[in-house]
Design a protein around this ligand. Structure first.
Ligand SMILES: *[C@@H]1O[C@H](CO)[C@@H](O)[C@H](O)[C@H]1NC(C)=O
Ligand SMILES: *[C@@H]1O[C@H](CO)[C@@H](O)[C@H](O)[C@H]1NC(C)=O
Ligand SMILES: *[C@@H]1O[C@H](CO)[C@@H](O)[C@H](O)[C@H]1NC(C)=O
Ligand SMILES: *[C@@H]1O[C@H](CO)[C@@H](O)[C@H](O)[C@H]1NC(C)=O
Ligand SMILES: *[C@@H]1O[C@H](CO)[C@@H](O)[C@H](O)[C@H]1NC(C)=O
Length: 252
């Protein structure tokens, strides 16, 4: 019994020794490993969660910054467009103003052109008048010697001219401006007293007499002088034909 028990005990112990403790240890080891694994997995999961959180935060931040920059870009773009619109409006306004100015200037230009044309025309007329006057001037000369009316007239005729005939105020002014002193002109009433005629036998239409002239003083004044120092226009008077004066000659 005792032996049996011993043997049994031994046998049990042996069995326990050989198997029992090993199985426990093994069980304990497995449990430990499972725990570690669980811890490890938890840590891993935690890490993954943290990582995910970080990633999510990062992405959110990135998204926000992207959105901000996008908003900024849109705003800038909007501002540029608005500025462009303003500039376009400005330019349109300026273009209108310029067009108005161009129209005005065109009108002014045509007005000026007309003025210019008219002035050119007047200038041409004046030039031709000046030419005429100059050519007339070239036809005038004053005798160098003091002679009677008839002798002075002969002086002119010897040089292809005659004493001057004055039919217009323009010519009267011209002759008066050219004569520096008293000169004979081609007018007399030698033939018929009181009937003044020019050297071409034409009658006097318009006389430029000094006041109170002609007066045929002492019934002896039949020839006419022009005295530029007397008056610029009305400067004729009759004197005796024998007086010695220079003659104002005109070529025909
Ligand atoms: C662009 O600007 C205009 C005027 O400044 C404003 O009315 C509009 O809301 C803006 N649009 C955007 C997208 O910012
Ligand atoms: C609009 O014109 C102003 C000057 O008038 C200029 O400074 C600005 O750059 C222009 N805007 C754009 C978008 O061209
Ligand atoms: C153009 O002329 C009109 C009248 O002729 C005037 O009212 C306007 O101010 C002028 N505009 C310019 C830009 O000169
Ligand atoms: C003017 O008349 C006179 C005679 O009265 C004559 O001798 C002379 O030839 C005439 N002169 C001219 C230019 O006709
Ligand atoms: C003007 O002419 C008259 C001749 O009728 C002469 O007596 C007088 O002295 C002259 N006067 C002048 C200021 O030369």
């Amino acid at each position: 019994m005792e032996l049996d028990t011993v043997y049994q005990n031994v046998g049990q112990r042996n069995i326990e020794d050989t198997f029992g403790p090993r199985t426990l240890k093994h069980r304990q080891n497995v449990g430990k490993r499972r725990g570690r694994c669980l811890v490890l997995m938890t840590v891993c999961l935690g890490l993954i969660c943290v990582l995910l959180l970080v990633i999510i935060i990062f992405i959110t931040a990135e998204r926000e910054s992207l959105f901000k920059s996008y908003k900024n870009t849109v705003e800038e773009f909007n501002q540029t467009i608005n500025s462009l619109q303003d500039n376009y409006t400005d330019l349109t306004q300026k273009k209108l103003e310029l067009e108005t100015r161009v129209n005005n200037l065109t009108v002014e230009k045509s007005q000026l052109q007309r003025s210019f044309d008219s002035l050119s025309q007047k200038n041409l007329e004046l030039e031709s008048k000046v030419k005429k006057t100059n050519s007339k001037r070239d036809n005038f000369f004053i005798s160098s010697e003091l002679k009677s009316w008839s002798e002075s007239r002969q002086y002119c005729r010897d040089r292809g001219a005659d004493l001057v005939i004055i039919n217009t105020e323009v010519k009267q002014r011209l002759v008066s401006s050219l004569a520096k002193e008293r000169v004979w002109i081609g007018l007399s009433d030698i033939e018929t007293e009181g009937r003044m005629i020019w050297v071409d036998n034409s009658t006097l239409n318009q006389g430029f007499w000094f006041r109170g002239e002609p007066n045929n003083y002492e019934g002896n004044e039949d020839c006419v002088v022009l005295n530029p120092t007397n008056d610029s226009v009305n400067n004729w008077y009759d004197v005796p034909c024998s007086e010695k004066r220079k003659g104002f000659c005109e070529k025909n």
